[in-house]
Write a protein that binds this ligand. Sequence first.
Ligand code: THU
Length: 148
Amino acid sequence: MSAPLDPQTRAELIRAAFAARRFAYVPYSRFKVGAALLADDGRVFTGCNIENASYTPTNCAERTALFKAVSEGARRFTAIAIVGSYEGRVNELVTGPCGVCRQALYEFGGPSLAVVMAKSEDDYIQTTLGELLPYAFGPANLEDAPAQ
Ligand code: THU
């Protein structure tokens, strides 16, 4: 189950994701991604992918947005919009969050986080993080830690 995401908020998130995508630093893949994450207090945090000559330190747009948000005090989120494509190309596929980002988002969004994978404001797939990461390992798994 996901909290309802009204059409206007969804459109705003998609627009914000496209705006963030402009800042993608992608000299290696040329694949530009933008994300916009809605916190439960109404704030929207955006991010782009940031690549690295050493490849491994590359940060996805979703985690850029998430880490910006958590570092500014936001801990709970209701929705994320993601857009990705090569510069100047029309998307064939929607860009879904990679496995690492699904896990990172699960920590703070849980299964109800609405995930909007968009090609444009009116062409998108909306699902939930629970659908994208079933049987996730999360904070609840570590709740009953034995005393040291
Ligand atoms: N990328 C993202 O930013 N988010 C995703 O969900 C998928 C992949 C980035 C990482 C890399 O900079 C480029 O897209 C190609 O993999």
